[in-house]
Write a protein that binds this ligand. Structure first.
Ligand code: BEZ
Length: 389
């Protein structure tokens, strides 16, 4: 072998050694931590998110960005006091590449702190806490759902447009409830309405009777409510039973009637809510999504399923941008920031603070569906107060 050949061989060897970590990484399974509520009042929401996420993976041949997947599941029980320990299990024990979660705003605040402290990639498929794409925003934190401000602000705009003047709000007392009530107030007062009382009860309580009696005595001409999952089922039934629906129609973000209609039955008929999803959207993507979801799970999808599906789509966009090499974090983040997500809700892009910029729809409950009425607010971006990125 002459000297020229020896040099060429050495160069090829060096290139192969340099490429080895990336190639090896691409062959390793991608570790995904799913931190969601699988028990308690939000259990159905956690299950729908997991179903939606896995549906996208299944449609992509069981892989994301060319990588096979290994899942690690933690039931966060919607309990903020356990959240730091729970996400710690995924980050420190399981050494996941990405955490997908969660539903509850109080839990997600602890998750966002842990993700920031450890530079773990976090994709939020529901929890709306304004701060995680506001003052706590970070390059490694993304959300595929909504901020608490978005759908409830739109509910306020709609209630004012429909001529209501005097409203009461009622919510669970925690970040999501407080932020939803404040957003409704903003939209409603801008349109000339007044909030006469802000009522609440501890999460996940369902003892509504005394508060409903108070609403009746206040005689508002509309009521705004933020509840979801099992709590929403009970609240809508109890509200309907008071007979207040006519004199004080109920408004709320669509969590009040999403994934809950079968259990709410007659009591939810005619309810108007605002959300970035509806059950009969006029887009082709939603039609195929709903068919495949129903086929895979023998269930109708809801907003939570769509948000889980989109979390997987966003992760896939990031990984495709780095050919599956998740160690190229900065490039992966750029690809996620630039992604246009072909969502069942309608295509959307992310704001600078990594929250969807999206149309908020007005929906009406008819039979077993939240039927699309119109776009309530177009291309709504969260104000992202305090985000410096
Ligand atoms: C939240 O805690 O952010 C939340 C929970 C359920 C539905 C919507 C928001």
């Amino acid at each position: 072998m002459n000297r020229r050949h020896t040099l060429t061989l050495a160069a090829a060897l060096c290139a192969a050694i340099a490429a080895w970590p990336a190639a090896a990484q691409q062959q390793q399974k991608l570790k995904i931590g799913l931190m969601l509520p699988f028990t308690g009042t939000f259990a159905a929401l956690g299950n729908a998110i997991e179903n939606g996420f896995k549906l996208y993976v299944q449609e992509s041949g069981g892989k994301i960005g060319g990588r096979e997947i290994e899942y690690f599941r933690v039931d966060d029980e919607s309990d903020p006091s356990k959240a730091t320990d729970n996400i710690g299990k995924l980050i420190n024990r399981d050494k996941v590449d990405v955490v997908v979660g969660t539903v509850h705003s109080g839990v997600v605040m602890a998750m966002a702190k842990a993700a920031r402290d450890t530079n773990t990639l976090l994709i939020i498929p529901n929890a709306g806490a304004n701060a995680v794409t506001g003052a706590m925003c970070a390059p490694n934190i993304f959300r595929t759902s909504f901020s608490n401000w978005q759908p409830s602000y739109a509910a306020g705009v709609v209630a004012a447009e429909r001529g209501h003047k005097k409203a009461v709000s009622i919510t669970w007392k925690y970040a999501a409830g407080d932020e939803a009530a404040a957003a409704f107030k903003e939209g409603f007062t801008k349109g000339g309405g007044t909030i006469v009382k802000e009522l609440n009860l501890p999460f996940p309580g369902v003892e509504f009777q005394a508060l409903l009696t108070e609403i009746a005595s206040l005689k508002p001409d509309a009521t705004f409510a933020f509840f979801a999952g099992g709590g929403a089922v009970k609240f809508v039934k109890d509200y309907a039973a008071t007979g207040l629906m006519k004199s004080a129609p109920l408004y709320g973000p669509g969590f009040l009637t999403d994934g809950t209609l079968e259990a709410q039955g007659e009591s939810a008929q005619g309810l108007l809510t605002t959300l970035h999803y509806a059950d009969d959207l006029p887009n082709a993507k939603d039609k195929t999504f709903r068919l495949s979801y129903a086929k895979a799970y023998k269930l109708q999808p809801d907003v939570y399923a769509a948000q889980g599906y989109d979390a997987a789509q966003l992760l896939a966009a990031g990984l495709s941008g780095v050919k599956g090499d998740s160690s190229k974090r900065a490039e992966m983040i750029k690809a996620m920031e630039a992604a246009k997500i072909d969502s069942p809700r309608g295509a959307f892009a992310l704001s600078k603070s990594h929250n969807p910029v999206q149309d908020i729809y007005l929906r009406k409950v008819e039979g077993g569906a939240n039927k699309y009425q119109k776009v309530a607010v177009k291309g709504l971006a969260d104000p992202a107060t305090g985000c410096k990125m």
